[in-house]
Design a protein around this ligand. Structure first.
Ligand code: NOJ
Length: 700
C-alpha cells in the first residue's frame, strides 16, 4: 500500500518534472478565457450576456471550452498558452463592468466560478501536455480589485474573508521610513503622478494596491502562485510589474523558481523606446525576468499599418535589443487585450498583406512570439477600438493565410536555432525594403521584406554558394561568391534559412536566468554532444540530464561578490562561450533598506559587495525624510553599502559614504557606524567587569 502510494505520487509528479521546455524554441498563444469558447453552460452564471453584445459582461468562455479547443490551438504549431487571470474575481459589477477579463481578483487560492474549478484547470494542463503545450497563467500580485466600487477590495483566503479596503484602512499605519499608509493594502490614493513613490505605493486605476512587504501578503501571494505550480502551470505572465518593487518580485520569483525551471514574464507597460527613466527601469526589470516587448509594439504596427520607414524601425529595434542581456527572452506581439488590434488601426486597401508582413516580422525578431487569440482568423470588433472592444468572441478559422504563416514559422522555430537564440544584424534597409540576418553558430536566417513597389535587391551575404528556398512562399535565393540577388514584389516577406550541424558547444539561453544555490536551470543551445560538464562561476554544477541541445543542471553555492556569473558547457574537449546567470546568495527575503536622508538630495543609488546589490539600486525619497529601496537579501548578512548620486542613463558619482547594517527581516535602517564596533568591545568590557568584580570580592 505504502509502495503503491509512492508510485502514484511519482506518476503524478513525473510529467510535471519533465515539462521543462525551452521557451525560445516555442510560440505563445494568448487567450482571454471568457471570450474563447464556452465548454460548460452550467457555469455561465451572473452578469452573463448570451447575445455577446455587451462587451462589459461575461460571455461564457471557460477552461472546459479552452480544453475542447486544444487541437485547434495545436494546429497553429504553438507550444505555450497564456491564459488571462483565472483566480476568483469579485461577484459584483465595478466601474460599469463585470470582471469577465479576470483582473479583479478577490481570492488567490480559488478559481473563478465562471471559468471552472481546480479540477478543470488540471484537466486543461494534462490535455495540453499531451499535445506538447504548456499553460502559462496570468497572475496579478500588484492589486486585488477596485477599492471604491464593486466589492471594495474584498480579499479571501481560500473562501474565508480576510479584509476589504475599508476594513483595512482602519488598521493602516504610517510606515515611518517610506511615508506609506499601509496594512494589507497601501492607502495612498490613486496614481496621479506616473513616477517615483506613487508608481509603487498608490492605487493603479483605483485598484486596491497590495503591500507586498506585509509578511502575510507576501506569503499569501506566494502560496496562491504555488497552487498553480502544484496544478501543473509552466510559468506566469505577471501583471503590472512596473507598479511593484523589483526587490519584492525578485524574492517572489526565486521562491517560485525553487520548484522547477519556469518561464515567467512580466508586463511592464511602457509604450515607447524613448530613453526615459521609465525605459531605464524597464531594462533593469529585464535583468531579473523576461518582459513583454511593449515599447516596440506601436512602432512596428505604425510602420506596417500606416506610415514609417523600415530603416528607422531597423535602427530603433537594434538599439532596443542591445539593452538586454537576453534579448531573445523578451516577448514580441502584434495585438493584445490592451491595445487596438492591427486590423482596426490599418485603414488601407492592402491591410491584410501588411498584417501578414507585420505578423511574420514579430515571429522573426529576437524574442518569443505571442499570438493574440483570433490573430489567425482576422478577428476584429466592429466598434474598432481598444479595451474592451479588442476582446470579441473568438472566431475559429485555422485555414487562413495568417494561420499558415503562424504554423510555418512556429515549425521553423523548432528546428532553426537562429530564430530562438540568434543575434540580429541589418544587412540593408531603406524606407520600404529591409533585409536582416540572424545567426546562431551554424544556423542562419535571412529575412527580407518589401512594403513598397517591386524592386531588385543585391546583398553581400557570406552564406555558402547555393540556392535557398524561402520558408513561406518558396521564393529562391541564389548565393554566388558572397553575393546574392533577389526580386521583391510589393508587400513581400521572405525567410531563408540554413541549418548545419554545430560542432562546438554553444549556449543559447538559460531558463530561468536568475538563480540561487540548489536551483535547477535549463541550458539550451547546440553542440552539447552526449555528455560533458557544466561550470557555473567556475564551479562544477551537478548535471541532472543531458542531450545535445538541452542540459539541466543544479546551481552550486558560489563565493562571489558579482551579480552575474558565467555558465560554461564543456564537451568532447571543447568549451562554449560563457552565458550569463544572475546569481543570488540563497534564502533571500525581501528587505526594506532605509537611508537617513538628512544632508542628502537628488537621485541616490546604493550598492554593496554582494550579488544582490552588485548593481546599484535606485532609491526612492520618502515624504518622511528617508531614502529607501527593497532588495532580496539573505538573513544575517552584514552590509557595508556605498551611496552614489546620478540620473538614470547618466554616470553615477560615488558619495564616499559607507552605510552599515545587518539583515534581520523587516526594515533595515542603515547607519554610518559599523554595527560591529560596539559588538567587538562588548566581550572585552564584560571580561574587565568580571575581573574587577572578582578582585573586588577577594579584597573585600
Ligand atoms: C495590465 C493588464 O494587461 C490589463 O488588462 C489590466 O487591466 C491591468 N494590467 C490591471 O490589472
Amino acid at each position: 500500500m505504502h509502495h503503491l502510494g509512492f508510485i502514484l505520487i511519482l506518476l503524478l509528479i513525473a510529467p510535471l518534472a519533465s515539462a521543462h521546455a525551452v521557451p525560445e524554441r516555442g510560440v505563445v498563444y494568448q487567450v482571454m478565457v471568457d471570450r474563447f469558447y464556452d465548454g460548460n453552460h452550467s457555469n455561465d452564471g451572473s452578469f452573463y450576456d448570451p447575445s455577446h453584445k455587451n462587451y462589459r459582461l461575461y460571455w461564457g468562455g471557460d477552461l472546459e471550452g479552452l480544453t475542447e479547443k486544444l487541437d485547434y490551438i495545436k494546429s497553429l504549431g504553438v507550444s505555450m498558452i497564456w491564459v488571462s487571470p483565472i483566480n476568483d474575481n469579485i461577484n459584483r459589477m465595478a466601474f460599469g463592468s463585470a470582471p469577465y477579463h479576470g483582473y479583479w481578483t478577490r481570492d488567490y487560492k480559488r478559481i473563478e466560478e465562471h471559468f471552472g474549478t481546480w479540477r478543470a484547470f488540471r484537466r486543461l494542463v494534462e490535455e495540453a501536455r499531451k499535445r506538447g503545450i504548456c499553460i502559462i497563467v496570468d497572475y496579478v500580485p500588484n492589486h486585488s480589485n477596485p477599492a471604491t466600487d464593486g466589492e471594495f477590495g474584498s480579499l479571501y483566503d481560500n473562501g474565508t474573508k480576510v479584509t476589504d479596503y475599508y476594513a483595512d484602512a482602519k488598521k493602516a499605519k504610517l510606515n515611518p521610513y517610506t511615508g506609506s499608509l499601509e496594512a494589507i493594502y497601501h492607502h495612498n490614493g490613486d496614481i496621479t503622478e506616473w513616477s517615483g513613490f506613487q508608481l509603487k505605493y498608490a492605487n493603479l486605476y483605483g485598484l486596491a494596491d497590495f503591500n507586498q512587504l506585509n509578511p502575510w501578503v507576501d506569503e499569501y501571494l506566494t502560496e496562491g502562485a504555488m497552487l498553480f505550480l502544484e496544478n501543473g502551470a509552466c510559468g506566469f505572465r505577471v501583471d503590472a510589474v512596473k507598479h511593484m518593487n523589483l526587490g519584492w518580485l525578485e524574492s517572489f520569483y526565486l521562491r517560485l523558481y525553487s520548484e522547477r525551471p519556469l518561464f515567467i514574464f512580466g508586463e511592464y507597460y511602457s509604450l515607447s523606446t524613448e530613453r526615459t527613466a521609465d525605459l531605464y527601469d524597464f531594462y533593469r526589470y529585464s535583468n531579473v525576468s523576461s518582459l513583454l516587448n511593449i515599447p516596440i509594439r506601436n512602432d512596428i504596427v505604425r510602420t506596417f499599418a500606416t506610415f514609417g520607414g523600415l530603416d528607422a524601425l531597423a535602427r530603433e529595434l537594434e538599439a532596443y535589443y542591445s539593452n538586454f542581456v537576453y534579448p531573445n527572452k523578451g516577448l514580441n506581439f502584434l495585438d493584445s487585450h490592451d491595445l487596438v488590434r492591427f486590423l482596426n488601426i490599418a485603414g488601407r486597401k492592402d491591410k491584410l498583406e501588411r498584417f501578414h508582413m507585420a505578423l511574420a516580422l514579430t515571429m522573426m525578431l529576437p524574442g518569443i512570439p505571442v499570438i493574440y487569440y483570433g490573430d489567425e482568423s482576422y478577428l476584429v470588433s466592429k466598434e474598432g477600438k481598444g479595451d474592451p472592444y479588442n476582446r470579441p468572441m473568438m472566431v475559429f478559422n485555422n485555414f487562413t493565410e495568417a494561420s499558415r504563416i503562424i504554423r510555418t514559422l512556429a515549425e521553423l522555430r523548432k528546428t532553426n536555432d537562429a530564430l530562438a537564440f540568434g543575434d540580429f544584424k541589418t544587412l540593408y534597409a531603406n524606407y520600404s525594403v529591409w533585409a536582416f540576418e540572424r545567426a546562431f553558430g551554424s544556423h542562419r536566417l535571412l529575412v527580407v521584406m518589401n512594403k513598397g513597389s517591386s524592386t531588385n535587391l543585391t546583398l553581400a551575404l557570406d552564406w555558402p554558394d547555393g540556392t535557398y528556398r524561402d520558408a513561406l512562399y518558396g521564393a529562391i535565393l541564389t548565393v554566388r561568391g558572397g553575393k546574392s540577388a533577389l526580386y521583391l514584389p510589393r508587400n513581400s516577406f521572405y525567410v531563408f534559412h540554413v541549418e548545419r550541424p554545430q560542432r562546438v558547444p554553444l549556449i543559447g539561453s538559460l531558463t530561468p536566468y536568475t538563480a540561487q544555490p540548489g536551483q535547477e536551470i535549463l541550458i539550451a543551445g547546440a553542440g552539447f554532444g552526449k555528455d560533458g560538464k557544466v561550470l557555473i562561476g567556475r564551479r562544477r554544477a551537478e548535471v541532472i540530464s543531458w542531450n545535445s541541445t538541452e542540459v539541466l543542471v543544479r546551481v552550486p553555492r558560489l563565493e562571489t561578490l558579482e551579480g552575474w556569473v558565467d555558465v560554461v558547457v564543456e564537451t568532447g574537449g571543447k568549451r562554449s562561450e560563457p552565458a550569463r546567470l544572475r546569481y543570488y546568495s540563497g534564502s533571500d527575503v525581501p528587505v526594506l533598506l532605509v537611508v537617513n536622508a538628512t544632508n542628502l538630495s537628488g537621485q541616490l543609488w546604493l550598492r554593496d559587495n554582494l550579488p544582490e546589490l552588485a548593481e546599484p539600486r535606485s532609491l526612492l525619497m520618502s515624504s518622511t525624510g528617508y531614502y529607501f529601496t527593497v532588495a532580496p537579501l539573505p538573513n544575517g548578512t552584514a552590509l557595508s553599502a556605498s551611496l552614489y548620486e546620478g540620473e538614470r542613463w547618466g554616470a553615477l558619482t560615488p558619495l564616499n559614504v559607507t552605510l552599515y547594517g545587518k539583515v534581520g527581516g523587516g526594515a533595515l535602517l542603515l547607519s554610518e557606524k559599523p554595527p560591529s564596533e560596539g559588538r567587538n568591545y562588548l566581550p572585552v568590557v564584560a571580561l574587565l567587569l568580571l575581573l574587577g568584580f572578582l578582585i573586588f570580592r577577594r579584597r573585600g
